[in-house]
Design a protein around this ligand. Structure first.
Ligand code: SAH
Length: 219
């Protein structure tokens, strides 16, 4: 086996024991999770834990999501190479890198401008040229590049903003954690013939989505 990064053995172990073992079957998702160097997306002091089965702090009191959750949401998005994808809540840029690794053109928006700048530099350094990172409130999407085949929301909200849903292309899939501040489930909304169908997946706990379409102060 040819190793493409120094932690690839750990990446393959992570995929086998945390992701495939829990029922993720899309080979393209599994391969992308093996290839994207997760240790590059965490602060240096977290490197030893980069492939562990949990979210990790990335500074600014934010976290990179648990690997399994990234895999489950990516599989649910049914991404095809060449799809145009939007990620809301780019954080470290890891989820955006997974989408890019699978052949999507990715627009990722992050409300914390410091994290956005770090993610932009990191993705450029790692050669992910098909990802563009924006700093700003993405709770109502990014109209500039709409419509999107795939929208992944990486922060939790009480509902999916209708403005965001309006940026989904015909046939598109939107994957988001929806619920209360402490407990959410991942929902998958598919737009077909102008109609929206909803599927519910795993229970989860994400950081709150801020901004206009997210949790307001005092809610
Ligand atoms: N997907 C990220 C982890 C996301 S954590 C990764 O792979 O590392 C959730 C992120 O959503 C946090 O960085 C937070 O700052 C961001 N966020 C919260 N509300 C937002 C909003 N309204 N628009 C854009 N980003 C938001």
């Amino acid at each position: 086996m040819i190793l493409t990064h120094p932690y690839e053995a750990q990446g393959r172990e992570m995929v086998a024991t945390q992701i495939r073992a829990r029922g993720i079957r899309d080979e393209r998702v599994l391969e992308a999770m093996c290839l994207v160097p997760r240790h590059e997306f965490v602060p240096a002091d977290q490197t030893p834990a980069a492939y562990h089965d949990r979210p990790l702090p990335i500074g600014e009191r934010e976290t990179i999501s648990q690997p399994y959750m990234v895999a489950a949401m990516t599989q649910a998005a049914r991404l095809e190479p060449g799809d145009k994808a939007l990620e809301v809540g780019a954080g470290s840029g890891y989820q955006a890198a997974i989408l890019a690794q699978m052949g999507a053109t990715v627009y990722a928006i992050e409300i914390n401008s410091h994290l956005a700048q770090e993610a932009r530099e990191r993705l450029a350094r790692l050669g992910y040229t098909s990802v563009e990172v924006f700093a700003g409130d993405g709770s109502e999407g990014l109209s500039l590049h709409a419509p999107y085949d795939v929208i992944i929301v990486s922060a939790a909200a009480p509902r999916v903003s209708p403005v965001l849903l309006g940026q989904l292309a015909e046939g598109g899939r939107l994957v988001a954690p929806v619920g209360t501040l402490r407990h959410q489930e991942v929902v998958v909304l598919t737009k077909d013939g102008g109609q929206i169908t909803t599927e519910r997946l795993d229970a989860c706990q994400f950081i709150p989505l801020r901004g206009r379409g997210g949790w307001q102060e005092g809610q």
